[in-house]
Structures are given as C-alpha cells and as structure tokens.
Design a protein around this ligand. Structure first.
Ligand code: AMP
Length: 117
C-alpha cells in the first residue's frame, strides 16, 4: 500500500499545524484552506479511499466524525455550523490516497454545486 504525505505528517517527518491527536487519528489544518477553518481528520490506519473501507472498519470513520464534531464544539462554531466532506477517487476530487474528513467552517458556505463545468 502506497505511502502518503499524511503518513509523513503522522511520523512528524514533515511539519503540520496539528490541532488534535489520539491513538486512532490525527487532525491538522489544511495547507490550502477552502474556508476560514479547514481541518483534516486522518485515521492512523492506512485506507486509500472510502471505497476500500471494510464493514469491520466502520468505527474508523465514526471516530473521524466524532472527533470533528468535538473539535467544532470545543472551538465554539458547532452552533453556527460547519460542513464535513470526504472525497473519493478522481471524480470526487481526491488527491491524497489516505481517507480523511475535511471540516470546513467559519463562514456561511453556501450550497455546493456539482463542480462540473
Ligand atoms: P483531497 O483532495 O480530498 O484528497 O484532500 C487532500 C487535502 O490535503 C487537500 O485539501 C490539500 O490541500 C491537503 N494537503 C496536501 N498536503 C498537505 C500538507 N502537507 N499539509 C496539510 N494539508 C495538505
């Protein structure tokens, strides 16, 4: 299974603005933020895409969602709201092949379109 840049962040081989970590996952600010708050929640178990997720790995994604919701509450923007996104494969716009949850917040995000030109 191929290494990703996120593995190197987990091992502290490259710097990242880490906002949360436990034994299961790490969360750090996206290097190219698409909203005032843009944090990535990444499991430490290697899984390239959501399409590779197995039934017995459901808790891994559940933990990402819970960690994102906890972070939003802790940082005080849960009531205003936020968006979580997982991109899968080419048409989903996935560029790093280790599953991750995007947390976007800090401003009204508007309705998202298809992105199809
Ligand atoms: P995706 O396109 O859904 O695979 O998301 C990958 C995200 O990782 C993009 O939003 C990138 O901006 C972000 N990213 C890539 N390299 C880094 C890095 N070194 N530190 C933080 N975020 C990164």
């Amino acid at each position: 299974m191929g290494e990703t840049i996120f593995d190197r962040i987990i091992r502290r081989e490259i710097p990242a603005d880490i906002v949360f970590e436990d034994e299961h996952l790490i969360a750090f600010r996206d290097i190219a933020p698409q909203a005032p708050v843009h944090v990535l929640f990444v499991p430490k178990t290697p899984i390239p895409t959501l399409d590779d997720l197995q039934a017995d790995q459901a808790a891994i994604v559940g933990r990402l969602a819970l960690a994102a919701a906890d972070y939003a509450r802790r940082e005080g923007f849960a009531d205003d709201g936020y968006r979580v996104v997982m991109n899968c494969n080419e048409h989903g716009g996935q560029t790093v092949f280790q599953i991750h949850l995007h947390l976007l917040a800090g401003a009204p995000l508007g309705r998202f379109g298809t992105g199809v030109p």
